[in-house]
Ligand binder design. Structure first.
Ligand code: GDP
Ligand code: K
Ligand code: MG
Length: 292
C-alpha cells in the first residue's frame, strides 16, 4: 500500500472543543484546554504516525474579530493553517448559536476536503443532531458531517476514517518518531499559562504571557525558570496574591503537570514582570513567538 501523509487543520469558533478533539485524536495532551475563549494562541502541530500514514494535525486559535495585535497575529496562524491543509475539520458546538459566518467565508474559499464535526452531543437534546446535520449540509455542503463528543471520546472513529480516506498519497513530512513541532520549553510554558487561565478572572489570563528563561536538566532534576509577563503593576499584585499564595498555587499545579510530562522531578521558579501593553507591541509579539 502506498504511503499517505497530509495536513489536517482543526478550526472553528472559540470553545467549540478544538483542542479537546486534537488531544483525543493524537492521544496525547498537546494543547491546553480551559473553559475560557482564546486559550489557544498558536498553531500547534500534533502528529500521528503509523507504518502506512502520517497525519499532521494543527490545532488553531478560535476564529474571532481581532481587537488587538496579538489577536491579529493569532488569526494569521489560522489563515496559514487553512492554506496548508489537505483536510479541514470544522468543529462546531451543537448548542452554540453564535454567528459562524466568518468561519464559513474561510471554508468556502478552500480547496481542502471539509469535515463538519458537530461537537458536545453529550449535552444536546434528542433530534437536535438531525436538525444540525441538515442545516450544515445546506449551508456548506461539506464532504462529511459527524456528531461527536470530543470530551467523552464518543464517535471519533468516523473522523479517523474520513481522514484516512481523504489523505493524499505522500511520503512522511516529519520523522516518524516526532509527535509535534513544539519544544519541551513550549509545553512547559503552556502548563503555566493553563493554570493562569484556570485560577484568575477577567482580563488577567488575556494579559499574561509566559517565558521560560532557563531549562537545565541534570541526572535527577530539571530546573526551570519562568517569567510571567503582565501589562500592569496591579495585575502583578493579583498574580502574586496575598503573601504569594496565588503564585504558589500556580507553581504547585504547573510543576505537577511538568513532572508527569517530563517524567522527572522538577524545580520551578517563577518571576512576575510588567511590560506595559505588550499585546500591541510588534517587537514583543515577535520575541514571544507570535509572528510567522
Ligand atoms: P477550543 O477553544 O475550541 O480549543 O475548546 P476547548 O477544547 O478548550 O474546550 C472548551 C470547553 O469545552 C472545555 O471546558 C472543554 O472541556 C469543553 N468540551 C470540549 N468538548 C466537549 C464535549 O464533547 N462535551 C462537553 N460537554 N464539553 C466539551
Ligand atoms: K478554550
Ligand atoms: Mg483551543
Amino acid at each position: 500500500m502506498a504511503h499517505k501523509a497530509g495536513f489536517v487543520s482543526i478550526i472553528g469558533k472559540p470553545n467549540a472543543g478544538k483542542s479537546t478533539l486534537m488531544n483525543q485524536l493524537v492521544g496525547e495532551k498537546m494543547a491546553i484546554i480551559t473553559p475560557k475563549a482564546q486559550t489557544t494562541r498558536h498553531r500547534i502541530l500534533g502528529i500521528v504516525n503509523e507504518e502506512n500514514y502520517q497525519i499532521v494535525f494543527s490545532d488553531t486559535p478560535g476564529i474571532i474579530k481581532p481587537a488587538y495585535k496579538l489577536q491579529e497575529n493569532m488569526m494569521s496562524f489560522v489563515d496559514s493553517s487553512l492554506v496548508d491543509a489537505d483536510i479541514l475539520i470544522f468543529v462546531t458546538d451543537i448548542n452554540e448559536k453564535q454567528d459562524e459566518e466568518d468561519v464559513l467565508e474561510k471554508l468556502k474559499k478552500t480547496t481542502a476536503k471539509v469535515l463538519v464535526v458537530i461537537n458536545k452531543i453529550d449535552e444536546s437534546q434528542n433530534n437536535l443532531i438531525e436538525e444540525k446535520i441538515i442545516y450544515w449540509k445546506e449551508k456548506l455542503n461539506p464532504e462529511g458531517i459527524v456528531g461527536v463528543s470530543a470530551l467523552h471520546d464518543y464517535n471519533l472513529q468516523p473522523i479517523m476514517s474520513f481522514i484516512l480516506e481523504n489523505l493524499p498519497e505522500h511520503p512522511a513530512y516529519y520523522e516518524k518518531d516526532e509527535l509535534t513541532d513544539r519544544s519541551q520549553r513550549f509545553f512547559v510554558s503552556e502548563m503555566i499559562r493553563e493554570k493562569i487561565f484556570k485560577f484568575y478572572k477577567k482580563e488577567i489570563p488575556y494579559s499574561t504571557e509566559i517565558i521560560v528563561t532557563a531549562f537545565k536538566e541534570d541526572k535527577k532534576i530539571i530546573k526551570i525558570s519562568a517569567e510571567i509577563i503582565v501589562e500592569r503593576d496591579s495585575q502583578k499584585n493579583i498574580i502574586i496574591g496575598a503573601g504569594g499564595i496565588m503564585l504558589k498555587k500556580v507553581g504547585t499545579y504547573a510543576r505537577e503537570d511538568m513532572e508527569t510530562f517530563l517524567q522527572k522531578k522538577v524545580f520551578l521558579e517563577m518571576f512576575v514582570k510588567v511590560i506595559p501593553d505588550w499585546r500591541n507591541r510588534d517587537n514583543y509579539l515577535k520575541n514571544f513567538g507570535y509572528s510567522e
